[in-house]
Design a protein around this ligand. Structure first.
Ligand code: ADP
Ligand code: MG
Length: 323
């Protein structure tokens, strides 16, 4: 049983409330309160020491990333950040650790305009749960179920940077030293594409943030939309650092590792022109990597033919832990 099978078997139920516009299964749930002119987007994510971050990780990075992964889910819905709740389990009240954690947390909160409005604090094994709230115009949110055959598939930014950072830190990859800082920063302090998500409203037909790897996350769009896709791996946006590593690592870190926190989205042909009107901030570029097709499943092609990655993506109950 993988984590998605677990959720489906034990927790997925039909919504009872009319206010629940979208429940389990997307990057955030959508709630439309009676009389409200905006819809509320709600998402939550947990980081656990030893699973999502190493025990020696600087607390600044833990605070930053715990919020970043949630903001990334708001971005994937096209939502505007409003506020968040922080539930913190810590083994002890270590002032130095807490000060660093707070600084990382509020650095990102200030950058994207989020207020901390509550939470919970308990003693226990180190774990951080954040619930983030955003707003989006009624009916406007970017969902996973809107892709249609003929739509183009895009990704923002560059893929596989965090994977390289992880492999480098683990001593499993050698990379020219001039690339070390950039790939480690991409792993430790991802910048969620919050401006781009909002700008894609009315343009993208479906969107998701890439937390578990392109193959797995695009797979969620395909499943939710009832379509297939064909990608040309030679179109993947890879950095100079990735080019330097490519002979050793191939395509897999860019498509099957995760932690990219870029957006993957689909655009109907008639709206491709409008995409050119968006100026990403900071600049990251939108890259056309393939097409949505009728049917099901994802076909990857490289120069040689059909390509099969060694592993489809990160899954909590299937495969080794990422540390
Ligand atoms: P994401 O990677 O975008 O954060 P996840 O892969 O963590 O999304 O979760 C997939 C979907 O399942 C999301 O809609 C999430 O809210 C929902 N979900 C995850 N765990 C549970 C749970 N224990 N109970 C109910 N819904 C859950
Ligand atoms: Mg997500």
């Amino acid at each position: 049983m993988d984590e998605f099978g677990l959720i489906e078997e034990f927790f997925t139920r039909p919504a009872r409330r009319a206010e629940v516009v979208l429940g389990i299964g997307d990057d955030a749930a959508l709630l439309a309160l009676a009389g409200a002119t905006s819809t509320l987007a709600v998402t939550t994510d947990t980081l656990v020491e030893g699973v999502h971050f190493r025990p020696s990780a600087p607390s600044f990075d833990v605070g930053y990333k715990a919020l970043a992964v949630n903001v990334s889910d708001l971005a994937a819905m096209g939502a505007r950040p409003l506020a968040f709740l922080l539930s913190l389990a810590v083994p002890m009240a270590d002032r130095t650790w807490l000060a660093g954690f707070r600084d990382g947390l509020f650095t990102l909160a200030d950058a994207v305009g989020l207020d901390l409005i509550g939470g919970d604090t308990v003693r226990g094994p180190l774990a951080v749960t954040i619930t983030a709230l955003g707003s989006v115009a009624p009916g406007a949110a970017l969902r996973r179920d809107g892709a249609r055959p003929g739509d183009r598939v895009y990704v923002s930014g560059q893929l596989g940077e965090a994977a390289l950072g992880f492999l480098l830190r683990a001593g499993r990859l050698s990379l020219p030293s001039r690339f070390h800082e950039s790939v480690l920063t991409r792993l430790d302090r991802p910048w969620p594409r919050i401006h781009e998500g909002q700008a894609l409203i009315g343009i993208a037909s479906a969107a998701i943030d890439i937390s578990d790897g392109l193959v797995a996350d695009l797979g969620h769009i395909l499943k939710a939309s009832g379509v297939g896709a064909e990608l040309d791996l030679r179109r993947l946006p890879l950095s100079e650092a990735y080019d330097a590593a490519f002979a050793t690592v191939g395509y897999d870190p860019a498509i099957a590792f995760g932690d990219d926190y870029e957006l993957c989205f689909t655009v109907p042909p008639e709206r491709v022109q409008a995409l050119a009107g968006i100026a990403p901030h900071p600049p990251c570029g939108f890259h056309y990597i393939g097409d949505i097709v009728a049917g099901a499943g994802l076909t990857l092609r490289d120069g040689q033919g059909v390509y099969t990655p060694a592993q489809a993506g990160y899954n909590h109950f299937d495969g080794p832990a990422p540390l």
